[in-house]
Design a protein around this ligand. Sequence first.
Ligand SMILES: [Fe+2]
Length: 193
Amino acid sequence: MIEKKGIEEVFDQFLSMIEDTEIKKKVVDAWILGCKRGGWQNIEELKQMPFTLLTDCKGINFLEHTLAVTEGAFQLAKAQEKHYSSIPYKIDYDMLVAGGLLHDVGKLLEIGKNDKGEFVKSRSGKCARHPISGAILAAEVGLPEEIVNIIACHSKEGDGRPQMLETVFVHQADFATFNPLVMIAKDTLIKKR
Ligand SMILES: [Fe+2]
């Protein structure tokens, strides 16, 4: 069974950046609830899990992706703060980091294993894609609606919808990790000679 300690170890670098202790605790709660519902037994399984079933992940796993997106969203925000002499919006770093860590938490339900041990779309995933199941997990553990918005609207479900500023950063960081893999698969990624 995946417990608090295991999740805290994986996300330690980013959890320590969340100042609000309630938010920090609930981020871990949402991950533990997702692992329990999805039937994931240990962290090693999550390290084997591809971060998407939509294209070949080239070995990039679910936890690596979550860390890369969280850091990417954080650095997008920092870059603007560093270079803009005035910034017309306020970035909430607790929301941003929590949203990054949780944006794909619904994949714990969306992805499962078949009889052969292969990662496949689960029955739950057929009922609701990860932005929906992840938003429900976050709401169930009592996270604020703003973080629900990040999870629910980080993907195509959020296109054209009202979004938090932090949703925009997580979305862009997420697609910066996803699009190159899709482009490799479609042979539309131009390589240097
Ligand atoms: Fe993602």
